[in-house]
Design a binder for this molecule. Structure first.
Ligand SMILES: [Zn+2]
Length: 241
């Protein structure tokens, strides 16, 4: 078991938001055929999102990293726990061996994956996050998630946030709606907060990769997520998917 898996108390309001740019430093995340690395896109969009939330709300907005540095899963989780955030958003970009795969999807933590693809994605992100080639350690992390993942209030809040973010992203930037999904992401294990992981598009898709690297598109993605987080804090309920 991991020491940061404390009991879950759901925190209301929007006083503290933690934004977690995926990967960084020695972890590039997904790497496109042209060498584009996921970690840079994660950081660029996260910095924009943090700036917008600071402009639009009174919330304390913190990033798990502000530069290209390596962070362990434990460091990310400990930071989020210490700060008692109501909202934890991990920002990622997707990749696929299928060059036509594209679109936006948003995950919230669950002990069960929506399907095989969600399971594979979670396995990949978890594996990188814990920086381990030791499969038994991966199993420990997953087991810890499974134990704590069934906290109803946290799941409900995370699901509400995930749907608001997904709807706002699709409404704002269009593209293929790959919908809200559930998967056991290690980084989403958080005490008390609504926690989601957003996959903003595919670096493996040539057109989407160009978009993800475009500052205008990055800003639009950040604006959509900021609006969704503000709506979440105001208690908005998403229209049914
Ligand atoms: Zn990632």
């Amino acid at each position: 078991m991991l020491p940061f898996l404390s009991s879950i108390v759901l925190l209301a309001g929007l006083d503290v938001v933690v934004i977690d740019p995926g990967h960084g430093g020695r972890q590039p995340g997904a790497v496109a055929p042209d060498g584009t690395q996921e970690k840079g896109i994660c950081l660029a969009v996260s910095l924009r999102l943090a700036r917008l939330l600071k402009e639009k709300t009174k919330a304390r907005v913190l990033l798990t990293r502000r530069s290209d540095r390596t962070l362990s899963l434990q460091q990310r989780a400990e930071m989020a726990n210490r700060l008692k955030a109501q909202v934890f958003v991990s920002i990622h970009a997707n990749s696929s061996t299928r060059p036509t795969a594209r679109g936006v999807e948003t995950y919230f933590l669950s002990s069960r994956a929506t399907d095989r693809r969600a399971r594979l994605l979670a396995a990949r992100e978890n594996f990188e996050l814990i920086e381990s080639k030791d499969e038994s350690q991966t199993d420990d992390v997953i087991q810890a998630i499974l134990t704590d993942a069934d906290k109803g209030a946290m799941l409900e809040a995370s699901s509400r946030l995930a749907h608001l973010v997904q709807h706002r992203l699709i409404g704002r930037v269009g593209g293929e709606d790959r919908s809200v999904r559930q998967a056991p992401f290690a980084v989403l294990v958080r005490a008390g907060s609504a926690a989601i992981l957003v996959e903003l598009g595919f670096v493996s898709h040539p057109e989407e990769r160009k978009q993800l690297l475009d500052p205008k598109h990055q800003e639009a993605l950040a604006e959509a997520m900021a609006d969704a987080i503000i709506a979440y804090g105001a208690g908005e309920t998403p229209k049914s998917p």
